[in-house]
Design a protein around this ligand. Structure first.
Ligand code: B12
Ligand code: SF4
Length: 540
């Protein structure tokens, strides 16, 4: 069988650096590689199938090229993979375009959002034959064997004689070692390692990729989809399997890896064995991961640093215990301080804190406490996002009960909580407090931790345009801006607030408006890209 897999990109969450091509001719993308389709491609190829991948970030294969290739190569199945609410509109559009051009080609959707909303997605996108739920490895193998009648394929939502059929869930497979390493080499793209800051902070120009060593997280945070997607379970690969992948990546010349695990820090013995294996095998790849601050593996932070763990990211969320409890984060401010201090003492170079503002029942004092707390912590970098609510999460269910959202009308929409929940502060107040908080935080950092701050900025200056670094520093002092400049659009960040707003609005448009907006935005991106290709090379 021949399968096409397309990673749907939300343009708000990746960037093409001004120096678009690497020395090997590959296009450079500032963003994470599409490890979902890479995992499926490896599985399909091992089983003897033919698989061609596309990443929508690749300017050499825009949608019309993908559609054209479908016509030429006639795949038996085209799988569209996307992560979240904000990428669903793009998946929907491409599916419709493919269907319009090639009505007989079989289409499948997969990923977290599709999993959690499978029946609704199938109803809204009748042109998509199969909405695939949960892990895709065994599912896609089963599906390609039964494209004409997927009755026996667990985890698929489809239609028979015009009626929706929701096959039973697939049993969660705990044996993750059985799958081959992702097929990273078949896409002609080089991914650039960058931090999710307001302006993209390029960390290195090493060959960069992601790895998944575990799946899931068994905590109950009200805003998070992960426990539902993984049925509250945490599953992991064996240390040996992870170390084997590190060895393999080192042979391929990768210098930097980020784990997309939801909670890497869960099992001390496993972490210890991975670190030991990395050192014993002489692996020098630098890596980063995320985990909870109440991890019992903190005594291993020094071992992780020795095994080249460079980045550690914590979901701090808030500096108010009241807000943490409201979010059911099940962590204390004391635990946050301890974890950050331990990580810095252990020599982890970049310790990042994810924060959320605009939470239910949060007051101005709570927000101020959050920024003051962030200032005191020895964090190197921060992200302060507005809390959003996604269908499937406990918060969504609470909002349903409170009548703030409607499951029929709102399931595919991206809402900041403050837009719909009267117990949140109004948006203007949140933004005002956030800007003021940033300013206080930055001044505090510069005066209390000058070396730490300057070291980090020096790292950024190595790979970023000076004007971007300057912008990163002065942004909190600028007040309200009018929107991104062309340069910012080009080298723009994963966390760019105004673009994220645009992404949110996009999820709420009618399909007709969406179609027009998409065409215009694609034309705009092509135009900007054409200019960028002519611009002088700025990255090393
Ligand atoms: C890494 C990551 C990112 C990265 C990079 C994403 C990328 N381009 O690869 C960045 C930082 C950019 C990011 C941004 C955002 N993210 Co994010 N992200 C993740 C994270 C942590 C891991 C994703 C991953 O790589 N998984 C590993 C791969 C192997 O799994 P997978 O892609 O799901 O694929 C498997 C299956 O789903 C299935 N499958 C997938 N596609 C297909 C297709 C077919 C045909 C089949 C059969 C099967 C199949 O098979 C694969 C193998 O088993 C997830 C959490 C999670 N655990 O999923 C959140 C997550 C997906 N993100 C989330 C969100 C909300 C966002 C943002 C909107 C955040 C924001 N407000 O700024 C943005 C939007 C991103 C976008 N639209 O592109 C939410 C989505 C919730 C929702 N309902 O929308 C998640 C679930 C996190 C959460 N805590 O709730 N994210
Ligand atoms: S600890 Fe992190 S991954 Fe786990 S449920 Fe909470 S937010 Fe989600």
């Amino acid at each position: 069988m021949r399968v096409f897999l397309v990673h749907i990109r939300d343009p708000q969450f990746y960037a093409l650096p001004a120096a678009t091509r690497a020395a090997n001719g590959n296009v450079r993308v500032m963003g994470f590689p599409p490890i979902g389709i890479m995992s499926l491609s490896a599985v399909l190829k091992r089983a003897g199938h033919d698989c061609v991948m596309f990443d929508q970030a690749n300017p050499d294969t825009p949608d019309d090229v993908i559609i054209d290739q479908i016509g030429r190569q006639r795949p038996d199945l085209v799988g569209l993979s996307f992560l979240s609410t904000t990428s669903y509109p793009y998946a929907k559009l491409l599916a419709r375009q493919i269907h319009a051009a090639h009505a007989t080609v079989r289409l499948a959707f997969g990923g977290v959002f599709a999993t959690l909303n499978a029946q609704l997605v199938k109803r809204q996108c009748p042109e998509v034959d199969f909405v695939c739920r949960g892990d895709g490895e065994q599912l896609i193998l089963d599906l390609v064997e039964r494209l004409d009648d997927p009755t026996e394929v667990a985890g698929v939502t489809w239609a028979k004689d015009g009626k929706l059929v929701h096959n039973p869930n697939r049993m969660l497979d705990r044996n993750l070692d059985q799958w081959p390493f992702p097929d990273r080499e078949s896409l002609p793209l080089d991914y650039v390692e960058s931090m999710p800051l307001e302006v993209p902070a390029v960390l290195s120009m090493d060959r960069f990729t992601t790895m998944q060593t575990s799946r899931g997280c068994p905590w109950p945070c009200v805003f998070c989809d992960i426990p539902i997607f993984n049925e509250g379970k945490w599953r992991s690969r064996s240390p040996q399997h992870v170390v084997d992948e590190f060895n393999y990546l080192q042979r391929l010349g990768y210098g930097s890896v980020y784990f997309v695990d939801d909670h890497f820090l869960l099992q001390p013995k496993r972490i210890e064995a991975i670190c030991q294996g990395i050192n014993d095998n002489g692996v020098t790849i630098r890596w980063g991961c995320e985990g909870r601050v109440d991890s019992t593996a903190q005594h291993l932070f020094p071992a992780m640093a020795r095994a080249h763990c460079r980045t550690l990211m914590f979901g701090v969320e808030s500096g108010s215990q009241k807000v943490l409890d409201r979010l059911k984060k099940e962590q204390t401010l004391g635990e946050v301080e301890t974890a950050v201090t331990n990580a810095k003492r252990a020599g982890i170079e970049i310790v990042h804190g994810f924060f959320v503002v605009g939470n239910p029942d949060e007051t101005v004092d709570d927000m101020r406490a959050t920024f003051n707390f962030a200032a005191k912590l020895r964090l190197d970098t921060f992200g302060f996002n507005r809390l959003c609510v996604y269908r499937g999460t406990p918060l969504w269910n609470e909002y349903l009960q409170r009548g703030l959202v409607d499951d029929v009308d709102d399931w595919y929409k991206y809402f900041k909580c403050s837009e719909i929940d009267p117990t949140c502060l109004p948006g203007e107040v949140i933004n005002r407090e956030r800007n003021a908080g940033f300013r206080r935080l930055f001044v505090y950092k510069l005066t209390h931790y000058p070396l730490q701050t300057l070291r980090l900025l020096r790292r950024f200056v190595r790979f970023m345009k000076l004007q971007d670094v300057v912008y990163l520093i002065i942004k909190p002092f600028l007040g309200t801006r009018r929107g991104p400049t062309k340069n910012e659009v080009l080298s723009r960040a994963v966390e760019h607030a105004s673009l994220k707003d645009a992404a949110g609005h996009l999820t709420q448009m009618t399909d007709e408006v969406l179609d027009r907006v998409m065409r215009e935005s694609q034309a705009e991106r092509r135009r900007i890209q054409a200019e960028a290709d002519l611009a002088p090379v700025e990255l090393v």
